[in-house]
Structure formats: structure tokens, C-alpha cells
Design a protein around this ligand. Structure first.
Ligand SMILES: [Zn+2]
Length: 198
């Protein structure tokens, strides 16, 4: 084996398995005319990506919208859902178009009443929605465990408490960046998934 070949092998081993490209829609003047996004909402989406990156040691990189495998959009006024992730094909690879609803008044009376005068709770809801939907984009399905970020409200439970529980862990907006809502089970499932489909 030549030295050159050995060197090449070494380089190959160091290459990351996969880079997930992403793009987050800015809350521009035009977008905020059609949605209720706030100027700093894209930062919440960025922190969600960052949380998955830290939890599973994944590599993410920003890309132009049309080449990004994970695209996060601010949904317009009529969605009446927290968020949704739809499969897309991006340069021959599977990707996901995520829509996050920045308007908590659409999410039922109880959530609206809780978040109406609590901006931090409102931001926590947007952040947790970004985290949940980007979990789907990475291939994760729902769980029935209330402590997981991949928990589905379809299993019932106290939805306001689901968000309030996280809200109690944060004192300022900046705390969202360091307080991960990814449970040990969410992380374990993602690592398992990446081993099966690197
Ligand atoms: Zn879901």
C-alpha cells in the first residue's frame, strides 16, 4: 500500500457521514405581511437546529433555499396547526419542508390565554414546534411519551402543561438556546436511526 493511499484512507475516515443542509425563512417585511412572525423568530428555528446538532453530533450547514434539505417556513394565518413537515426531494435526497405557525391565537383558547401575556411562553411554543418538526425532518416519528419532544398531542394529555413545563425552565429568551427539550429517549431514537440509515 502506498503512503498516498494510506493518506487518502485517513482523510476518508475523517469525513462526516452526512451534512444536513438547512434554510430558515427570514421574517422579512413581505413575510410578516402574510404571517404573524416576529423579526427574531428565525433565531428560534436556528436554536432548534443547533439542539439536534448537539444532541446527536450531526453536521448541519446553511444552504440556499432550493438546495436546503430542511427548509423552515413561517406559516400563513390559516394553518390552525402548530406545524407540519412535508417530504420534498432535494438534489436527489430526501428533505423536508417545514411550516411553523407563529400565531398562537390559532392553537385553541387555552394555549392562547396562557401565551397572550407571556411572550416567553409564546417563544417557547414556537421553539418547541421548530424542534418537533425538525425531528420529523431528520426521520423521527412520534412517541407516546409526554416527556419527549417527539410526543404527539394525538395521545392526549395536558397540552398547556407540555409547554408550561418547558417555560418553567427558562428565565430569559436566551435560556432557550441552552435548555434542550430533547429527552434521552428522543436522542437514543435518533442515534439508532442514524446508525441504520447513515
Ligand atoms: Zn409531529
Amino acid at each position: 500500500m502506498t503512503r498516498r493511499f494510506l493518506w487518502l484512507l485517513g482523510v476518508t475516515a475523517l469525513l462526516p457521514a452526512e451534512t444536513f443542509t438547512y434554510w430558515i425563512e427570514p421574517c422579512s417585511a413581505e413575510v410578516s405581511r402574510q404571517t404573524t412572525c416576529a423579526a427574531k423568530d428565525p433565531e428560534l428555528a436556528e436554536w432548534a437546529i443547533e439542539a439536534w446538532q448537539k444532541a446527536a453530533d450531526l453536521t448541519f450547514a446553511t444552504a440556499a433555499e432550493n438546495h436546503a434539505r430542511i427548509r423552515i417556513y413561517w406559516a400563513s394565518d390559516h394553518m390552525r396547526l402548530y406545524g407540519k413537515a412535508s417530504p420534498i426531494l432535494v438534489d436527489g435526497k430526501r428533505g423536508s419542508a417545514i411550516h411553523v405557525n407563529p400565531d398562537v391565537s390559532q392553537l385553541g383558547e387555552e394555549i392562547y390565554r396562557a401565551a397572550e401575556h407571556d411572550t416567553l411562553l409564546r417563544d417557547a411554543i414556537i421553539y418547541l414546534t421548530c424542534l418537533h418538526e425538525s425531528g420529523h425532518a431528520l426521520g423521527l416519528s412520534h412517541t407516546g411519551k409526554f416527556e419527549d419532544i417527539m410526543y404527539s398531542f394525538g395521545f392526549g394529555g395536558d397540552i398547556v402543561e407540555y409547554f408550561e413545563r418547558y417555560r418553567r425552565r427558562i428565565g430569559t429568551r436566551q435560556d432557550i438556546r441552552t435548555q434542550s427539550a430533547i429527552s434521552a429517549y428522543d436522542r437514543q431514537r435518533l442515534l439508532q436511526l442514524l446508525r441504520q440509515h447513515p
